[in-house]
Design a protein around this ligand. Sequence first.
Ligand code: TYD
Ligand code: MG
Length: 445
Amino acid sequence: MVFICQECGYHSPKPMGRCPECEQWNTFVQREESPQRRAASAGAARPRELSRIPTADAPRLKTPFAELDRVLGGGIVPGSMVLLGGEPGMGKSTLLLQATALMAEAAGPVLYVSGEESETQIKMRARRLGLEGKGLYLSAETDLETILEQVQETAPRLLIVDSIQAVQLEGLGTPPGSLGQVRECAQHLRPWVKGRGLATFLVGHVTKEGAIAGPHALEHIVDAVLYLEGEPHSPYRLLRSVKNRFGPTHEVGIFQMGERGMEEVADPSRAFLEERMETAIGSAVVPTLEGTRPLLVEVQALASPTPFGTPRRVANGVDYNRLLMVAAVLSKRLGFPLGSQDIIVNVVGGLRVTEPAADLAIAMALVSSLRDIRISPGLVAVGEVGLSGELRSVGQMERRLAEAAQMGFRACLLPRTAARRLTGPLPLELRPAATLSEALSVALG
Ligand code: TYD
Ligand code: MG
């Protein structure tokens, strides 16, 4: 017997009044210990000498999406547990349905457990996507023990649980989707799928406020955590890995949600700059890095006099606090009258740029709008802005420059310190600047 806190999932061999982890009162319920746990505590799992452990180089399962494979670190590792999180409507179910339907045909059975949609709903979606679904088994079950029985029957190579918030373990006494349930279910599944070498995807919903219990509590239980993000009104979707035991983190895959489901975006820089007006005022292009991949994005800004009251700042796709910082440096150090202006900054294509490397582009777009002067269309800008108005170096300049040159840009405005480090032939002209003020006079005269 084991006692489990329903709030946070803390395990204890005896009942407790107050949970030592989350400090809630009267939250413990009694449960049968799972066979795996019992075996483990009986000493079945002994330490093994490193040299005697066989190298488990089981070949990875390739998905039909090169972008997904790359984010996973080269395909799906058998026996791994991957959490796919994201806001509702981002396309998690669509992406997994497309990937698994094609994989099932090629590599063997897949069990897709959907606690959210009925079999007919999934069938209709599959038909719309042109997926036949040979070898793809659907189940609308939500009871975890029953799901595990189904796994035993179907012996799949891949298990999808869509979503982890919809399934439950009986006897916990808490509703599905509660923190205790979500954690207990994942913890219950883990040794089970590991033992069978069964690769598993758990879908987890998150809201902007992180209101629904789940994904964050699961991050340490699973092997990899991927998030699918994007703006509701933009077709672009970014698949990010924030944790990966079997590959690099912060890798990004770019998809587009269209008529025929999720499609890979082969040339994202081109896609994101497609509608750019080269003569536009208040527009700057920054070569950012998403994981190891360079991506050119357009930052737009609009500064307009505040009609009354406190000036407003709106940040779409850039970090709000970075925008405040850049605006403060512009007004306090460089004397731009932003205190009487409403400011809107927008990253085109529904992307989110969190890198400080975008500071300079934000500042340039703002001043361009304020002064009504356009930035030379062949120029990209990259650099972090410090509180004294100095420009600070950013990493991986070579990659950024190569991408900008490939997209037809002719020059790059960058911190002097970063320019000094660059040696050898360069794909485009460098315009080094030590301070924000210097950079602005290069870009806007
Ligand atoms: P879905 O995969 O259900 O999202 P999630 O599982 O993350 O909640 O995707 C739902 C949205 O995607 C829905 O708004 C409709 C849209 N969509 C398309 O635009 N094209 C398609 O081919 C499909 C299947 C869905
Ligand atoms: Mg879904």
